[in-house]
Design a protein around this ligand. Structure first.
Ligand SMILES: Cc1cc2nc3c(=O)[nH]c(=O)nc-3n(C[C@H](O)[C@H](O)[C@H](O)COP(=O)(O)OP(=O)(O)OC[C@H]3O[C@@H](n4cnc5c(N)ncnc54)[C@H](O)[C@@H]3O)c2cc1C
Length: 428
């Protein structure tokens, strides 16, 4: 039977980061990825916040295939026939080191995997890890393509639905409200068209979030990110709402409706749809984390539930990269002692607790409860649009005082709920 020091299951950002760190420390590592190539199955929005991970692999970032650095944020509330946008731009976002970048998983992970291979790791594609070799609950390797490969340690970086963490007995039962479904389309446009339509200079990009009637009252939001020569447009929808709801509407239908909105049509007009994807995201934050270590095993990235929806931002990519690197650090320490027991590998959790990953997930631990509020996705965006309509429209009748219009709207609709929800929001 073949034996290696470490096996990484999954060539997403978590797995590649772990493998790169291990190979850089000259630790024998094998990466097994079920996709045709690293990046083939990695779906993200995606905007990556750069500053938290900048110091991890400084030698890599200058040549990374970033799409555009974000210089403008737009938050748009939509009702059936109107929309209200808040735009935020910051000159500082145009200074290096850039605050955040858009990326395409298919390009970025492919490049990252090349760097991993150049460091000396072996990356095998088109193979799904079917099982773990277990001996009295201790992980001793993997079963892949009918063969067994032994290892001192396995890093499960196999994404949100991690079967590897489950097989190792590290994950408990999860509920539909712990997940969301993302559907995304990539629409090709020339860089000049993108820059003209979005008022951007070369390399600059925007991130836009949409909330309101586009999700038909379900927990969720729309997103639009500009890449170098394409736009990423998609929706994230709570799975519990999708399955409970009696609207009988499919996520791809909602995405089609989203594309037909007057705010979107002129932005994607003439573009060619070049990629369509759907993927599950973890929505439960720190509460949804499995046990992160066991005898001969560690869990990183989405497999460990390290994703966070803060309403205004979705984060997971920096958590994946950082947790992969910390898992590798724990393996390096374990190898020094030649001890891969759960006790030795628990160092991973200590390292995580000192890092931004744990701290941010813990700070925003109430976010899933606060966001599980249908008013945020229906009534409030509607209220904002109605109020603007009343303020901006001059009709045949004499116009009322602005204060009268605002207080009437607030009183007649949701004043009490708004107060209660603002108080809940304070917990975030
Ligand atoms: C629609 C959407 C929008 C998002 N937007 C953002 C965003 O804007 N910003 C942000 O930071 N995060 C965002 N996220 C979250 C972010 O993409 C993830 O948190 C991050 O990419 C997770 O990386 P990962 O390596 O842990 O998992 P993944 O990228 O899922 O990688 C897991 C890998 O394991 C492989 N695999 C699985 N099982 C096996 C097996 N048995 N054998 C071999 N290989 C296996 C898969 O093929 C895959 O390549 C978004 C996610 C979605 C779905």
């Amino acid at each position: 039977m073949t034996k290696v020091t470490s096996i990484v299951v999954g060539a997403g950002l978590a797995g590649l980061s772990a493998a790169y760190s291990l190979a850089r420390d000259s630790i024998d590592v094998l990466v097994v990825e079920r996709g045709d190539y690293p990046g083939a199955k990695n779906i993200t929005g995606g905007r990556m916040y750069f500053l938290p991970i900048r110091s991890l692999f400084p030698e890599l970032w200058d040549e990374a295939p970033w799409e555009r650095h974000i210089v403008r944020e737009v938050l748009t509330g939509v009702s059936k026939c109107s929309s209200l946008s808040i735009e935020f731009s910051n000159q500082k976002y145009n200074n290096k080191p850039y605050h955040s970048f858009t990326i395409l998983g298919s390009r970025f992970n492919k490049w990252f995997a090349q760097k991993v291979a150049e460091k000396g790791a072996r990356v095998i594609n088109k193979y799904k890890v079917d099982d773990l070799i277990l001996d009295n609950g201790k992980v001793k390797g993997i079963v892949v393509g009918g063969a067994q490969i032994e290892a001192d340690v396995v890093i499960a970086a196999d994404g949100t639905m991690s079967q590897i963490a489950e097989k190792a007995g590290l994950r408990g039962k999860r509920e539909p409200q712990d997940f969301a479904l993302g559907v995304k389309e990539v629409i090709a446009l020339s860089p000049q068209t993108i820059e003209g339509r979005f008022r951007l200079k070369a390399d600059e990009g925007i991130a836009q979030l949409f909330v309101g009637s586009l999700t038909k009252g379900m927990l969720g939001a729309g997103f639009l990110y500009t890449n170098r020569d394409c736009i990423s447009l998609g929706l994230v929808l709570g799975i519990k709402d999708l399955t409970d709801c009696h609207l009988n509407v499919m996520p791809y239908e909602l995405l089609e409706e989203f594309k037909l909105r007057p705010e979107i049509v002129p932005l994607i007009n003439g573009g060619e749809s070049v990629e369509y994807s759907a993927h599950v995201l973890s929505e439960s934050g720190i509460k949804g984390m499995p046990k992160l270590f066991g005898d001969g095993i560690l869990v990183a990235g989405d497999a460990a539930g390290m994703a966070m929806n803060m309403g205004l931002t979705v984060r997971g990519m920096e958590f994946a990269i950082a947790s992969g690197a910390l898992a590798a650090e724990a393996v390096r320490m374990a190898k020094k002692q030649n001890d891969f027991s759960a006790g030795a590998l628990s160092k991973y959790q200590d390292l995580l607790k000192e890092s931004f990953v744990w701290k941010d997930l813990n700070t925003f631990r109430h976010a899933p409860d606060v966001l599980a509020n249908p008013r945020l996705f229906g009534e409030y965006p509607q209220l904002a649009c109605t109020m603007m309509e009343k303020l901006m429209t001059v009709g045949e009748e004499p116009k009322k005082k602005l204060s009268t219009t605002i207080s009437k709207e607030l009183r007649s609709r949701l004043a009490l709920s708004l107060l209660r929800d603002s108080f809940r929001f304070w917990r975030m």
